[in-house]
Design a protein around this ligand. Structure first.
Ligand code: ZN
Length: 316
């Protein structure tokens, strides 16, 4: 049984690997080994692999790995569904579904303000305390799950990319859906490569557009210009770009990650990156030259993912 969820000793909560990754880069989690198995009365040590990697791709997607022995009652050990997940789904929606059964991720466009709040930051964990914490975790579980809804909620394009990679490699991608504001879309068709499409034929609904892009430093931020372009119906080429302001980066809880990724791109002689943005492309006319171009509005850094290399699996 793959481990979708582990218990973090540092934040005293159940989290998935994507959230662990965000918590690591926002400074809430500092030790990739400070996790234990989510199973009942189980203390098997768990490591969140690749949590400290700034990049992600088929080889370095963050995931939980178990070391040590499971407890006898542990559901993972006994290959039965986790009790905590049943409790959680009964609490939250009245529907019974576990992480394993759930094939729909909900993409929530605005993170709850409580997302980065943790109850008490726990710096050092000793063996003695562990038992108490395990009792504590089951009592607080439903509360936590309702607050954060980790089971299938996704708050960033980066996480969607990471899940896409994971579902692709476990071959479940065809049966995975993503739900946005009540509409479900197959994962595979939620991504659109920027590649000389006719702008008018693009769907009205927002999607994740992606591709290689030039990333140039400007006065107050970075201009990101896709290498490939769209076309209008006359076949005229329309450059596609968006802007990441320093202001936006400064306000972002995981700015350390963004800064590290962009810095490693900026150090290249021709700064280019592999970029994802969620949105709807909008046609704009430049006042000065009256030339047309296409722009994405970016209000929230969760809606963009910037990588040095393409994290996407190679299609055969
Ligand atoms: Zn276990």
């Amino acid at each position: 049984m793959p481990l979708d969820v582990a218990y973090s000793l540092e934040i005293e909560d159940f989290i998935d690997a994507d959230k662990a990754y965000e918590f690591y880069w926002s400074g809430l989690i500092t030790n990739k080994k400070a996790f234990i198995c989510p199973g009942d009365s189980c203390q098997a040590q768990v490591t969140c692999a690749n949590i400290d990697e700034e990049t992600q791709n088929m080889r370095v997607v963050p995931h939980f790995r178990i070391y040590g022995k499971h407890g006898e009652q542990c559901e993972i050990f006994n290959k039965i569904p986790l009790k905590i997940l049943e409790m959680a789904s009964e609490e939250s929606s009245g529907e019974k579904k576990s992480v394993e059964l759930s094939v729909v991720d909900s993409f929530i466009l605005i993170r709850p303000s409580s997302y980065y709040e943790i109850r008490d930051k726990n710096a050092n964990v000793d063996e003695e305390d562990l038992k108490k914490k395990i009792n504590y975790k089951s009592k607080n579980l439903t509360y936590t799950l309702r607050q954060n809804g980790f089971i299938s909620s996704v708050y960033s394009v980066r996480t969607i990319v990471s899940r896409y990679i994971r579902y692709f490699s476990d071959k479940s991608i065809e049966s995975r859906l993503i739900n946005i504001s009540g509409k479900s879309v197959p994962y595979a068709s939620f991504f659109k490569l920027v590649w000389e499409q006719n702008l008018e034929n693009l769907p009205e609904d927002s999607l994740i557009y992606y591709g290689w892009a030039y990333i140039d430093r400007c006065d107050n931020g970075y201009k990101v210009k896709f290498k490939k372009k769209f076309k209008n119906k006359e076949g005229v080429i329309l450059p596609v770009s968006f802007f990441i302001s320093d202001n936006l980066i400064e306000k972002y809880p995981i700015k350390k990650l963004i800064i590290k990724r962009i810095a490693s791109i900026s150090s290249m002689s021709k700064p280019t990156g592999f970029v994802f943005i969620y949105g709807t492309p909008k046609l704009k006319k430049l006042a000065t030259t009256s030339k047309e171009c296409v722009n994405f509005a970016l209000y929230n850094l969760d809606m963009v993912d910037v990588n040095k290399d393409s994290p996407m699996p190679k299609r055969k």
